[in-house]
Design a protein around this ligand. Structure first.
Ligand SMILES: [Zn+2]
Length: 451
């Protein structure tokens, strides 16, 4: 008999952790950090229902912090089994986990966090990250691997970010799939998600389960950027360093060629991870599509300056006139973007353009919903800058994309919606029930189902 327990990303979009118990062995799929409101972040301090050293193996679907950010804590607490993931995700994990360790110690040392006066001690340090990376076993897409002697695992392209996968496990005559985060079809850089085929239980993300993306975001981005250039101040785009940033650079390159008002606006990519991410793309050229003009550097974006060091980043404070600053994190929940927002939010000439999902309780969510003042780096800031939200650059499938992927399933599985706010998870379940006629339920955190 096998059981599935939902330990995270159930009722929220962060903290992904799903525990499979098969023949007395424990397999964790994803080990993400909870992010967002104080209540949600406090879930990071709640103990898991089993000891870390009772977990036999971990499978990681992709390198976003809400899917992998808690892994070094699990290792620090005693987990010593294998961690299976794709080669690009293994490389990306090393980048993002080192950055997360650095950020946690920085935020703690400075004694502030967004609306959280007593920032907790770091969950882990660089040494824990190094130890974690020694447990990683990279496995190629579509190849089978043994999991704890009780299941056969395989990873399949999810089209969400470079190296992203959905995980399939075969055991006791069943096949179970965890979608991880599902990407979109027909994207400029990434390949389409692989088909599901026959499956008995399907655990699926539902971030955009109740919404559709605009068909063509490039024109909307152009409009918003032209307005921002007319205002004359800094144009700040919060964006995670991987994938959306590359999509954005590609889009900015297209717009520079399309519209002369944007042709010479300087673009600054401010990220300590920029070079490492560049290397990642160079190292795995077969994990994304070749661009039409493969010789163009920086995904076709001109007038780009990359700022890696803190000193380089600080020099941006003195730049005048219209200039674009792309910096992480995408939900403005930490990282260098906080300094740029701190510098520019009170300036009526400045613009902030969000280009992705803004989780409940994040600074990005507050700004997108029209907050007149926000707390940043321990200070209350009045918001005078213009705030825009161009949703079409999300790395997640929308309700239509999710249904398109689910329609590649050739069986009638039990369906569980995870990784969505309650309304979008419920909407996706309703779609699945009515259109696909599958038994569907919204997963609740802390519950266990028999498979
Ligand atoms: Zn993700």
């Amino acid at each position: 008999m096998a059981e599935l327990s939902f330990l995270g990303a159930a009722g929220t979009v962060t903290g992904s952790k799903h525990l499979l118990t098969i023949g007395g062995k424990h397999i964790l799929v994803d080990c993400g950090m909870f992010q967002g409101t104080v209540d949600v972040r406090n879930l990071n301090d709640a103990p898991l229902p089993l000891a870390a050293d009772d977990i036999d193996a971990v499978i990681i679907t992709h390198g976003h912090i809400d899917h992998v950010g808690f892994l070094p804590k699990l290792v620090a607490d005693g987990f010593s089994g294998p961690i299976y993931t794709t080669p690009p995700t293994a490389a990306l994990m090393s980048i993002v986990l080192n950055d997360a360790a650095h950020l946690q110690s920085y935020m703690h040392a400075r004694g502030f966090g967004h609306e959280r006066p007593n920032t907790p001690p770091p969950y882990y340090n660089q040494v824990d990250v190094d130890t974690t990376m020694r447990h990683v076993h990279p496995v190629a897409y579509e190849s089978n691997f043994d999991v704890a002697g009780v299941a056969q695992g395989s990873l399949h392209n999810a089209g969400h970010i470079i190296g992203s996968a959905f995980a399939a496990l075969r055991f006791e005559g069943k096949r179970v799939i965890f979608s991880g985060d599902l990407g979109r079809y027909d994207r400029p850089l990434l390949f389409d998600p692989s088909p599901i085929e026959a499956v008995d239980v399907l655990v699926c993300e539902s971030t955009y389960g109740d919404r559709e993306h605009p068909a063509e975001p490039l024109e909307e981005l152009r409009k918003v950027l032209i307005e921002a250039v007319t205002r004359g101040g800094a144009i700040i785009i919060p964006s995670f360093a991987v994938e959306r940033t590359q999509d954005l650079l590609y889009a900015l390159g297209q717009l520079q060629r399309m519209d002369e008002r944007l042709a010479s606006v300087p673009v600054h990519l401010d990220s300590p991870m920029a070079e490492a991410v560049d290397d990642l793309f160079a190292k795995f050229p077969h994990d994304y599509k070749a661009l039409p003009d493969a010789s163009a550097p920086n995904f076709g974006c001109k007038h780009l300056t990359i700022h890696v060091t803190a000193e380089d980043s600080k020099r941006l404070n003195t730049v005048k006139g219209s200039h674009i600053i792309i910096s992480a994190s995408g939900m403005a929940s930490g990282g260098r973007i906080l300094h740029h927002l701190h510098n520019h939010l009170a300036d009526a000439h400045a613009s902030v353009i969000f280009v992705g999902y803004q989780g409940a309780g994040t600074l990005g969510n507050l700004l997108v919903h029209g907050a007149h003042s926000v707390r940043i780096l321990g200070e209350t800031m009045v918001v005078r800058a213009h705030i825009a939200n161009v949703e079409g650059y999300s790395a997640h499938a929308d309700s239509k994309g999710l249904l398109r992927w689910l329609s590649t399933c050739t069986s009638t599985p039990q369906f569980y919606a995870v990784h969505g706010e309650p309304a979008s998870a419920a909407a996706l379940c309703a779609t699945v029930t009515h259109k696909l006629h599958w038994p569907a339920a919204v997963a609740r955190r802390g519950t266990t189902v028999t498979l």
